[in-house]
Design a protein around this ligand. Structure first.
Ligand code: A2P
Ligand code: 11C
Length: 333
């Protein structure tokens, strides 16, 4: 069977990756509809060698659509995902809009694939920094349990979107040319700088990105008792998020046991040979879909603890690929 697929936000940083991944993985689509805002209507884009014309998104865009892949921001998802679902499409939504809705499954296929089939028209794709962390921690959780997670992130500007990629490149050029630096996407210069700030601030001092990691981890793992605390930072990197993750496990897990578990985990690769200076880096995931884990060490300050360094491509495993993997499971039934 072949499906009528719509990509909402097709012109964006994640939408473009979605088109590449639909092509690379030969997703069984019959018709493909590329949707974006009115600004992009009429623009041409190609997928599997065929040219498509981008259309402005309206509720009627979803007539006859079987699967709608959304990555056009929370506002567009709020407005259009229910319209798509109402017309019989299954929405796989990459925005933060529906993730914590109790009616909406929040899925990482390596972690909780069974939740896909509980959907009522909308399935949510988690935040990129959550996806790579839970994909790596799930095998450890299943084996020895996890009491507490302390995570600090080093996130690429592509997580913000295309405008932020342009801003980083332009600022870097301006600085090297001794020209004036303009910051429009971020409140401060991002080139040659690090911002301990992703998404909006809440009254308690945490950012929304940090709280997404806390809440989404519990929901995906199906365990509210896991303690999670996060600090999210933006670094001047284009593709790939890195995370320093400290975990306290319920039972003891040695470094070699952890390496073996992770080596056998789907979608995860261990890159951890300090003697050869082999560790995961953001430059390694530009063309690698796996979640890379390295720097695996025992935390000697507690009885049962590990430190890990986790890196993945935020636009692919963190967004477009995970979304399409959900759609693949959905059509496999
Ligand atoms: P457009 O290119 O027409 O602005 P990014 O995350 O890279 O900034 O991309 C955001 C994507 O979401 C783009 O494809 C953008 O389209 C799309 N988009 C933004 N707002 C809307 C909206 N209200 N309805 C549909 N698509 C939207
Ligand atoms: C970032 N994690 O890197 C964000 C991007 O909740 O879908 C994704 C925001 C979200 O900026």
């Amino acid at each position: 069977k072949k499906y009528n697929v719509a990509v909402v936000g097709a012109t964006g940083a994640v939408g473009r990756e979605m088109l590449s991944i639909l092509e690379e993985r030969d997703f069984p689509f019959e018709n493909l509809k590329l949707l974006a805002s009115e600004r992009s209507a009429g623009k041409k884009m190609t997928c599997k060698g065929k040219e498509y014309t981008v259309e402005a998104t309206t509720p009627e865009s979803f007539e006859g659509v079987d699967i709608a892949l959304f990555s056009a921001g929370a506002g567009a998802s709020k407005k259009f995902a229910p319209e798509a679902a109402k017309r019989g499409a299954v929405v796989v939504d990459n925005s933060s809009q529906w993730r914590m809705d109790p009616e909406v499954p929040l899925v990482v296929p390596e972690v909780n694939p069974e939740d896909i089939f509980k959907h009522k028209g909308i399935i949510a794709n988690p935040n990129c920094s959550t996806i790579q962390m839970v994909a790596a921690l799930k095998p450890i959780y299943d084996k020895v349990g996890i009491e507490r997670i302390v995570v600090s992130t080093y996130q690429a500007v592509s997580g913000t979107g295309k405008a932020a990629i342009d801003e980083l490149r332009e600022q870097a050029k301006a600085i090297l040319a001794n020209e004036e630096v303009k910051s429009e996407v971020y409140p401060y210069q991002i080139a040659f700088n690090v911002l301990p700030h992703i998404d909006i601030f809440f009254d308690d001092g945490y950012t929304k990105e940090e709280i997404k990691m806390v809440n989404e981890t519990k929901k995906i793992m199906g365990d509210d008792s896991i303690k999670v605390t996060a600090t999210a930072a933006r670094v001047p990197v284009v593709y790939g998020h890195a995370e320093s993750v400290n975990i306290e496990t319920k039972e003891k897990l040695t470094v070699s046991e952890a390496k073996e578990l992770l080596d056998n985990a789907p979608g995860v690769s261990v890159v951890d040979k300090p003697e050869e200076l082999a560790y995961p880096m953001q430059i390694d995931v530009e063309n690698n879909d796996d979640v890379l884990v390295g720097r695996i060490r025992e935390d000697n300050t507690i009885e049962k603890g590990l430190n890990l360094w986790i890196v993945a491509n935020n636009l692919r495993k963190g967004a477009a690929l995970n979304t399409i993997q959900i759609a693949e499971r959905l059509v496999q039934g």
